[in-house]
Design a protein around this ligand. Structure first.
Ligand code: ASP
Length: 440
């Protein structure tokens, strides 16, 4: 079969939460013969108060390791899977797997192992239902001794394994350590597995099926019915997801980006919608200036003042050395001739506040130093900003007209984003005002 039409498709937990959702997935996969590699999550919530299987597994593990009985929680897990198998009339029994998992829990075989069984069992069911091969992720996704993901070894092994499987289901979320124990990615990590499989299978497209039709221009909890984003670049997405726009796991971008494979976010419940396409490059098309707006509360600014600071060699380095020595990261570094500000996540700074201030005083002997809290950052992101004159003016005017005091402005050197610092109490107002200014 010609490799260059292959698609990798990943389905999230809500897309596989019950038999009805499995049927939708079946239709989607079988409606396109190029959808040859399928990565499932564990069954997610069927309704708001429902539990995700992954959370039930963590609960079982915690109880078992505290020496408590976990039978009831485990029975719930069995019920979920057996219900799906029965409703789909599949000739499959997971009894042996349940026995093995129960025994592993009793022997405290590992929290990651416990959590990974959600995807493992769901993968077995989905493979049976689709008539696809099942490939255990433990055999093809590898972590190093220090727990980091070993992308090159994984890619090498997985590429050659996939050549032997025309169509396969590969459970998401986990892989194995050099000593063969199971390790998971962080929560939501099946997105990463999908991306890894897309790269290794040389897929032309990585479809990530979830319960929303892609990315929206702003958080719908803040802006009423924001428009959806049709195309976004990896870099724009990084900016927006870092600032709180979540649909896809942050790290899922990297494997496909290496291979230049686009990601299409699609909605299992509305498969007719095109969703959002995430691409590596998209030439400025002069259409909408802004791709999206996102933001976060909970930042602090350390303001440092010193006359003639600009002529003092190593000033910035000494300040940043103090921050580094405290083991924290900084977010932004707006500066003036005699002033320098360091924006830091308030929660990260909290344990080191006094120490950082004292050490900066020792390191650079400032004329004044202070910390201001309650800052929210708003990121306005758009690849078309580079060519659009007056964008910053429009942003500032919109904020001014909404009566918002801007405490910080930072424009990324790539001219792809403008970050505003505003009082936390103005955060939502700022997002709405700027969205309205650019809504087309
Ligand atoms: N099942 C895992 C979680 O709930 C991983 C995933 O769904 O991507 O986080």
């Amino acid at each position: 079969m010609d490799n260059n039409t292959v698609k990798t498709v990943k389905f999230g937990g809500s897309s596989l939460a019950n038999a009805e959702q499995f049927r939708k997935v079946y239709k989607i996969v079988t409606s396109d013969p190029d959808r040859r590699y399928v990565v499932p999550s564990a069954p997610g919530k069927r309704f708001k108060e429902d539990a995700k299987v992954t959370d039930l597994l963590y609960a079982c593990y915690d109880r078992a390791s505290g020496g408590e009985p976990f039978g009831e929680a485990f029975a719930q897990i069995r019920e979920r899977y057996d219900g799906i198998i029965k409703e789909l009339s599949l000739p499959l029994s997971l009894e042996e797997d349940y026995a093995e998992i129960e025994s592993a829990l009793i022997h405290k075989i590992g929290r990651d192992y416990a959590a990974s069984r959600g995807e493992y069992l769901n993968g077995k069911i989905l493979a049976k239902y689709l008539g696809y091969d099942f490939i255990d992720a433990a055999d093809i996704i590898f972590f190093r001794e220090d727990g980091s993901f070993d992308s090159e070894r994984t890619n090498e092994v997985l590429s050659s394994v996939l050549k032997r499987h025309d169509r396969a289901v590969i459970p998401g979320f986990y892989g194995s350590m050099p000593n063969d124990t199971i390790k998971t990615f962080s929560r939501g990590g099946s997105d990463i597995t999908g991306s890894i499989v897309a790269r290794a299978s040389l897929s032309v497209l990585y479809e990530n099926w979830t319960d929303v039709s892609g990315f929206l221009m702003a958080d719908p909890r803040i802006v009423d019915h924001p428009k959806s984003i049709r195309t976004i670049t990896y870099r724009e997405l990084r900016e927006l997801s870092y600032m709180g726009a979540t649909v896809l796991h942050e790290e899922a971008i990297f494997p496909v980006r290496i291979a230049g494979i686009p990601i299409n976010i699609r909605n299992t419940n509305q498969p007719e919608e095109e969703g959002t396409m995430i691409v590596s490059l998209c030439p400025p098309d002069g259409k909408s200036v802004i791709t999206g707006i996102a933001g976060k509360r909970g930042f602090s600014v350390i303001n440092i003042e010193k006359d003639m600071m600009n002529q003092e060699r190593g000033f910035g380095r000494r300040v940043l050395q103090v921050i580094e020595n405290s083991g924290i990261c900084f977010e932004h570094l707006p500066s003036g001739i005699d002033t320098m500000s360091v924006v830091i996540n308030t929660a990260d700074l909290a344990p080191y506040r006094d120490m950082v201030i004292n050490n900066i005083c020792t390191a650079v002997d400032p004329d004044a130093i202070s910390i201001e809290d309650d800052l929210a950052l708003v990121a306005i992101v758009g690849r078309n900003m580079v060519n659009a004159k007056g964008t910053a003016a429009r942003i500032l005017k919109a904020a001014a007209e909404a009566g918002i005091n801007i405490r910080m402005i930072d424009q990324g050197s790539s001219e792809m984003n403008v970050i505003l610092g505003v009082d936390e109490s103005d955060f939502e107002k700022a997002v709405r005002a700027i969205y309205r200014e650019f809504e087309e």
